[in-house]
Structure formats: C-alpha cells, structure tokens
Design a protein around this ligand. Structure first.
Ligand SMILES: [Zn+2]
Length: 397
C-alpha cells in the first residue's frame, strides 16, 4: 500500500522537538516497519544515532519492537515499528443532513464511528456542541489520554480557507463565512478544516494503492458535486480556494437554477438531486432516493432507463470537460451513486471516450472510490497527522 501525505500548510501541533527523532518516526509511519540498519541507510544516519533516537521514541511510547528480521548470518536484526495506538485523530464530516465523527489511530483504522442529524436551521454552534459531546464520549469510552489525541479534522461541503479557518461558502448548507477559529478552544484540541472533495482526494491518493500518481481528480457525487484536484502530488486549490468547483461549471446555457445563484450548473443535472429531479420531470413521480431509481433500472423499466440515459449524458459531459481542463492520470468517482456502478460503468466510459479528435478510449483512467463513503472523513482525520509530521509530504508503503 502506498500512502502519500501532502502539505496543507496548517499550524503545527508539534510534540516531538528533535528533528532526527521526527524523521525516524515519519519514516516508520510511512514504511510501517524497518530494522535499525534500514533506518540508518534510508535517512543517511549513523547506527549509534538511530539506536539512541529509537530508544528514546520507544521510551516515549511512539515506537515498539516487532520481532526479528531474517538474516544472512550473525545476529538477526530487530524490527522496529510505529505503535498504532501511540496517537489518535478525529475526523468529522458535515453534509446538509448529517454530521459524522470518527476516531482513528496511526494505522488509519476507524475505531469509533457516530452520526448526528443536522436540521435545516442548524447553526455552527449546534455542530460544534454535537462534535464536542461525541468526541468527549469517544475519548472516555476508549480510555484515551488527551495528549495522545492530535486533533480534529473537519471535511466541509463548501469553499474552505484553511489558513483563516473559514468556511467561505456552502450553498447546500445555506451558510457563508463561518469561522472555525474558536472550535479549537471549545473542543480543547487543535482543529483543521478542508473542503470535502479535497479531503476525499487527499485520502484516496494517500491511503489507496494508486501507484506513481501524479495528477488526480476526485469527483464527489452526492446531493451536489464537489471535486478535489491533485496536481504533481499536491492538492491544487487556486488563489481564492475555488479551484475544483466543477459542480458549478455551466453545462446548459440559461438552464435550471442552482443553489449558488447561477443557472445550468453541472451539479443541478448530474448530482443525486439532478437524477431525482430528472425522473420527476419526465415521469411526474417523486421517488424518495436514488436507490428507487436504480431498482427500476435493474428491472429495466423504460421510464427509468430513459431518465438515466439523459443523466449519463450530463455526467459524461462534465467528466469530458474536466479531462479537457486538467488532463489528469486518474479520475475517481465517489458518492452513493458509485454503489450502482455495475449498472452503468461501461456505458459511462463509452460516452466519455466517444472516439473523436480529443478523446481516445481509456487514456485517462476512470475508477471508483475504494474508500467509498469513508473517503472525505478519513481525509479529514489525516489533517491532524500532517501537522504532527511537520506538514511534510510522506509516502507510505
Ligand atoms: Zn451552481
């Protein structure tokens, strides 16, 4: 498994002062386990330096010995690894109807998972109260000491200025300019924020085995559409943090109105909501969710097939535009709609890569999120780790 961690430029939450110790710890987090000889080799350090630093890190409870490696002769070298339970992190995902909080360890495993509903009139004070209650409860139930908790990362459905700690605009939540500055004080731990599609792109490129990845676009198809852009291994956000707002690119001139105030946006046609609206327009019937439509498609009901044919065209047009804008190596689709991929993937590829002067079959690899509904929240829970490892890029095997 390759894990890559990118810099987000957050404020440091630095618990290990010594840079050599931190380099060793970072290497072991990324490589999982190594012998002292391998550590010395990879970091260009002397064996005595590695031994003294490793001993200190073991004493601090960050590293542990994990058996012995094979040897070609002589004493078998001891394997050193990061202690998964040495540090913890919280991830929080906020969407228009629901909040979710997870607790993860240094193996990026989800140890606790809880959701809370978000009513239409919810304010940020309600959200932070819920997150406080749940995180405190998880700390209690898991018997965690506070100094082992690196912080809380928030994945938010809108434009985010992570340096100013501002949620600038979240059309689907109906809020603008929400400050997260005092969340840290209320939650009694460092707080980090990121746009949900960026967080998901980050998690997909960090935790999934997309090898030699250079350029990636993550497309989150939910009630709206968000995209996260990774260029040359780093998240690209643009000067005013609105890069990746492809959900609001116009695909129909003077089209249907969007929550953003514009008309004809891609997400009005190609999001879950877009699919439901399209079904209602063509059949005069309101269905409760996309699962009902896919059930009809599975049963090959003509009414649903006709709707989905139009929907796939809208989806394909947006994907083609993104390929023309950015020409990425990978396009990863996420969101509930990917649960039904078997019903449309082939068809979607044929529409995106309709042979013409600009598109050839499968030049850009299109795949589906492996982390599925956990993508953005796992990306959020990685944010405190970036700070812990000094915001440097890390590759994990
Ligand atoms: Zn829009």
């Amino acid at each position: 498994m390759v894990i890559t961690i990118f810099s987000f430029g957050n404020i440091g939450h630095d618990t290990i002062k010594d840079s050599t110790a931190k380099r060793i710890l970072k290497l072991l987090y990324t490589e999982r386990q190594l012998t002292k000889q391998e550590i010395a080799q990879q970091l260009g350090l002397s064996i005595p330096t590695v031994i003294s630093n490793v001993n200190e890190l073991i004493e601090e409870g960050l590293l542990e010995e994990a058996g012995v490696a094979g040897s070609t002769g002589g004493r078998k070298p001891v394997i050193i690894r990061c202690k998964p339970k040495a540090r913890y992190s919280f991830g929080v995902d906020i969407n228009p109807t629901e909040g979710r909080v997870i607790l993860t360890d240094l193996d990026n495993r989800i140890l606790a998972d809880e959701r809370f509903s978000i009513a239409e009139v919810c304010k940020d004070s309600y959200i932070v109260r819920q997150v406080f209650k749940i995180t405190q409860d998880m700390i209690c139930k898991n018997n965690l000491s506070l100094e082992k908790v690196l912080g809380v990362g928030f994945s938010l459905p809108g434009t985010v200025d992570e340096e100013k700690m501002l949620l600038l605009n979240a059309p689907n939540l109906g809020i603008t300019n929400v400050s997260f500055k005092n969340f840290s004080e209320i939650l009694s731990m460092p707080v980090y924020i990121e746009n949900e599609a960026n967080a998901a792109a980050f998690a997909e490129s960090s935790l999934e085995a997309v090898k030699n990845i250079n350029n990636l676009v993550y497309i989150s198809i939910t009630k709206g559409i968000g995209t996260g852009i990774v260029i040359k291994g780093s998240l690209y956000k643009g000067t005013f943090k609105r890069a990746g707002e492809f959900g609001h690119m116009t695909i129909v001139a003077n089209g249907k109105p969007c929550n953003c105030g514009r008309e004809g946006c891609w997400e009005v046609y190609a999001s879950e909501r877009g699919l439901l609206d399209l079904y209602q327009e063509l059949n005069g019937e309101i269905v409760p969710g996309i699962s009902a439509i896919f059930e009809k498609i599975r049963r090959k009901e003509a009414s649903a097939l006709e709707v989905f044919d139009k929907y796939l065209d809208y989806l394909a047009i947006g994907i083609q535009n993104i390929i023309l804008f950015l020409d990425p190596d990978y396009l990863i689709l996420g969101g509930n709609i990917t649960t039904y991929k078997d019903l449309y993937f082939e068809d979607l590829l044929n529409r995106v890569f309709k042979p013409d002067s600009l598109f050839k079959t499968n030049e850009t690899k299109i795949s589906f999120s492996k982390l599925e509904e956990d993508a953005s929240i796992l990306g959020a829970s990685l944010l405190p780790l970036l700070s812990f490892f000094n915001d440097e890029r890390i590759k994990v095997r």
